[in-house]
Design a protein around this ligand. Structure first.
Ligand SMILES: CN1c2c(nc(N)[nH]c2=O)NC[C@@H]1CNc1ccc(C(=O)N[C@@H](CCC(=O)N[C@@H](CCC(=O)N[C@@H](CCC(=O)O)C(=O)O)C(=O)O)C(=O)O)cc1
Ligand SMILES: N[C@@H](CCS)C(=O)O
Ligand SMILES: [Zn+2]
Length: 787
């Protein structure tokens, strides 16, 4: 690096959505996977989307444009490829075959694990690193994107996952010794980053963004040493672009001084989720006059830390859809500029990548104008960034006092959601009443055994059956007014009958209705609850080609009428076997929505819990004997810092119990969790007090079944034995092996046999084959028949 780094333009974003404003990438990927188009076609779509994105950002007036934020599947997977960390079992075919085999599995090879990206509903592919992984630079993607942008006359900043986060989020290869951790390979990985930086410098790239979100979670002193070592080494490379290390989803804490002491030229701070203590005394829910906590940096030291650095200030939230409170955001920027001192340069940015919000509010003309005027999607947020940068540039120095005049500025730069309607139960304290207590588990288990008369190792599924094109199309026609409600209902009833008949025929023990009436397990409930708005095109990528339209929770939540009861009644009328009532839990509904932030999150969740509790009671009254209340996001909503986690788990569990504890002893309550590192929260899962918990474990190496993790968990458990995210059909033998692992730590009367998540993304052909094997494995282990 030369003595003076290039000036960073005054505005930027950390990343942008990539699925396409009309989900063009989703369609291109699925068409390629189905063999309806070629890899060249897919690449063409990628090129068009990247060009459109750069032109869009440039057109909106953004100063510095990112590249490399595009991906055909996931940015962690891209980084594994960049570093040559492709496990041998995926090699042998073309590069794209290896890439998609790691993501989705292929004939004879299971995919890499997939898990949640911090506390978001985005899921990443977990790279596998062992002591023998041979790293080798494959810089094709970052280089070609820089060149591609230049063809359109645009200069970009390559965005990459940083080496420390890459290794901290990777998993040890199965063959690695127990004491091995991927971070042990830091020195080798840094060698590849050095080579990459040299190549980018030779290409004339001025700035590179290295994302290090793992630094906003608790880190050991050894890990902080790794940060110092990594950026000390990369920073001292003579020929390299200027380095911008981005953090997001929280505050850097002790990692800030560690990073600031290295030669990196720019540091990105999330001033919405994190804020700088001392500078931003009031993160949401934190009193403005609170003293710095241990490990926090008082504002006055900030200037010393950041002297000579560029500070990329994330003041526009990349995680919600509310418009930014411009006055507060500007006050935050001014305070930062003053406290960081004249030797620092402040750049306005988003708090994280805009990957987590929909593209453009203009694509959503149907929203209620009262809600709409408070909203900003990705493009509106970019306009906010640009405007704030202009305001900051125009403001004279020395303005960094707050509206309260205390010399500190609140970090909450977002507006509260739309003003809620006159408060109902919330204000009266009703929502905070304790939930009724169910009888002890043993009492309930006896009542349920009598009521349900299930065999040992009962076979069930998680809820959804394949969502056929016919159903999706019918829903689209219903929304467009081209199909009437009655015709749509008939179609849904027929689909329920199909799912029930299939399960009966295959011999499952607890059936489901298949959820054909639902577009999504969260959006469907939001559409039937007061207090939510839903979008027509507000798609956000969840993983690979899969997207959701997170509902917008803007007011007080109420259930005007029963939601699922008529479908549950219909399904149960078709069979004598128990059919599970199927609901989404309060934590998950809130986690996968954009939520109001004018009342504490806990109170929002409690309102939703009460609505779901009403539904539980109505299902039971309708004769439903088993009710599943899914909480796949229980772990996801957990605060990233350990000190905040206990309080969260306490209220999250309380909310779940509010929703479910109205059920009588004979009603069996199930819950389901996926992608959740469930082994880390077994205590909380136990505290949910559900009679049966089905859980993702097929793709996480069944860590929940580790004797230490499972501890004295004393209820029913269904460790997922079939990875539904892969088109692969598991063999009976594989399923038996997985079940035997469960039977080593749990008695047979508490082990359930089920896939690891819903089947909506699979085809009927795959489902029928997989469920046939599931039933065969259970029967064989019960001793009913030979395998
Ligand atoms: C279980 N998971 C979920 C998460 N979050 C949720 N909100 N929901 C979940 O189920 N997080 C963790 C996991 C994994 N994540 C996902 C996320 C998304 C999917 C998925 O399958 N998404 C579908 C879209 C679902 C949907 O909303 N469908 C609608 C609209 C369908 C559609 O595209 N219609 C067409 C027109 C119809 C046609 O002609 O085909 C259109 O609008 O253009 C519906 O069914 O009505 C996806 O395809 O991405 C799975 C797991
Ligand atoms: N009941 C839902 C849970 C997904 S996490 C389903 O089966 O799709
Ligand atoms: Zn699931």
């Amino acid at each position: 690096m030369t003595a003076r780094p290039p000036t960073f333009p005054t505005s930027t974003v950390l990343g942008y959505p990539r699925i396409g404003p009309n989900r063009e990438l989703k369609r291109a990927l699925e068409s390629y996977w189905d063999g309806r188009s070629t890899y060249q076609d897919l690449q063409g779509t990628g090129r068009r989307l990247r060009e459109e994105t750069w032109r869009r950002l440039d057109g909106l007036g953004l100063g510095a444009l990112p590249s490399g934020t595009f991906s055909f599947y996931d940015q962690m997977l891209d980084t594994a490829v960049l570093l040559g960390a492709v496990p041998d079992r995926y090699r042998g075919g073309t590069d794209e075959e290896a890439y998609f085999a790691m993501a989705r599995g292929a004939e004879g090879v299971t995919p890499l694990r997939m898990t949640k990206w911090f506390d978001t509903n985005y899921h990443y592919i977990v790279p596998e690193i062992g002591p023998d992984t041979s790293f080798r630079l494959d810089a094709a993607k970052p280089l070609s994107e820089v060149r591609e942008a230049r063809e359109h006359g645009l200069e970009t900043r390559p965005v990459l996952i940083g080496p420390v986060t890459f290794l901290l989020l990777s998993q040890a290869a199965p063959s690695a010794p127990a004491e091995f951790a991927p971070l042990d390979r830091l020195a080798d990985v840094l060698g590849v980053y050095e080579e990459l930086l040299r190549e980018l410098a030779a290409e004339g790239v001025e700035w590179v963004q290295l994302d290090e979100p793992a630094l906003v979670t608790d880190r050991t002193s050894a890990e902080l040493d790794a940060v110092r070592a990594a950026y000390g080494r990369l920073g001292s490379l003579p020929e390299r672009p200027a380095l911008f290390v981005a953090s997001y989803f929280g505050d850097l804490g002790d990692a800030l001084p560690a990073l600031a002491a290295t030669p990196v030229e720019a540091i990105g701070l999330d001033l919405v989720a994190g804020g700088l203590p001392g500078l931003y005394a009031a993160t949401p829910g934190r009193p403005t006059d609170e003293a710095a906590r241990p490990g926090e940096i008082p504002g006055k030291l900030l200037g010393k830390l950041l002297a000579g650095k560029t500070v990329v200030a994330g003041v526009v939230s990349g995680r919600d859809v509310w418009r930014t409170d411009q006055e507060r955001a500007l006050a935050a920027l001014l305070a930062l500029r003053d406290q960081a001192g004249p030797a620092a340069h402040v750049v306005v940015s988003t708090s994280c990548s805009l990957l987590h919000v929909p593209y453009d509010l203009d694509l959503e003309p149907g929203l209620d104008p009262d809600v709409r005027r408070r909203l900003a999607f990705a493009d509106q947020k970019i306009a906010e960034v640009v405007e704030l940068a202009a305001l900051l540039a125009a403001a004279p120095a020395g303005q960094g006092t707050t509206p309260t005049g205390q010399g500190t500025t609140p970090a909450a730069t977002r507006t509260a959601g739309p003003a809620p309607r006159p408060a109902l139960e919330h204000a009266s304290g009703h929502t905070l009443q304790p939930a009724p207590v169910r009888s002890p588990y043993a009492v309930r288990a006896a009542a349920q055994a009598e009521h349900l008369r299930l065999p040992p190792l009962p076979v069930t599924t998680i809820g959804s059956f394949p969502q056929t094109g016919e159903l999706r199309e019918a829903r689209a026609r219903l929304a467009a007014g081209e199909l009437d409600e009655a015709a749509y209902d008939d179609l849904v009833r027929a689909e329920i009958a199909r799912a029930v008949a299939l399960q009966e025929g295959l011999g499952l023990d607890v059936l489901v209705h298949g959820e054909p009436e639902r577009n999504d397990m969260v959006q469907y409930f939001a559409e039937h609850l007061d207090g939510f708005a839903v979008t027509r095109n507000g798609w956000v990528q969840s993983y690979g080609s899969r997207c959701t339209r997170p509902p917008i929770l803007f007011g007080d939540v109420r259930r005007p009428e029963p939601i699922t009861v008529r479908w549950a009644r219909h399904a149960q009328s078709l069979t004598d076997k128990p059919v599970k009532g199927m609901l989404t839990g309060p934590v998950t509904i809130v986690a996968w929505s954009f939520v109001r932030d004018d009342i504490p999150l806990r109170d929002v969740v409690f309102q939703v819990a009460d609505a779901i509790g009403d539904e539980v009671r109505d299902l039971e009254a309708a004769g439903v004997r088993v009710i599943q209340v899914d909480e796949p996001a229980l772990r996801e909503l957990m605060p990233l810092r350990r000190e905040d986690q206990g309080a969260y788990l306490e209220w999250a569990v309380a909310a779940y119990r509010r929703a479910t504890s109205g059920a009588g002893d004979h009603t069996q309550i199930h819950t389901h969790l996926c992608y959740s590192d469930a082994d880390q929260i077994v205590g909380a899962i136990d505290a949910l007090d559900a009679d049966v918990t089905t859980i993702e474990s097929a793709r996480s190496g069944a860590r929940i079944l580790d004797e230490e993790a499972i501890g004295d968990f004393e209820r029913g458990l269904g460790p997922g034995v079939y990875d539904i995210h892969s088109p692969r059909v598991p063999s009976t033998w594989e399923i038996e092996v997985a079940l035997k692992a469960a039977l080593r730590v749990l008695p047979a009367d508490r082990v359930w046999v089920n896939p690891d998540c819903g089947l909506k993304t699979r085809t009927y052909e795959q489902v029928e084959a997989a469920l046939t094997n599931l039933v065969a494995a259970a029967r064989h282990l019960r001793g009913d028949q030979p395998s």
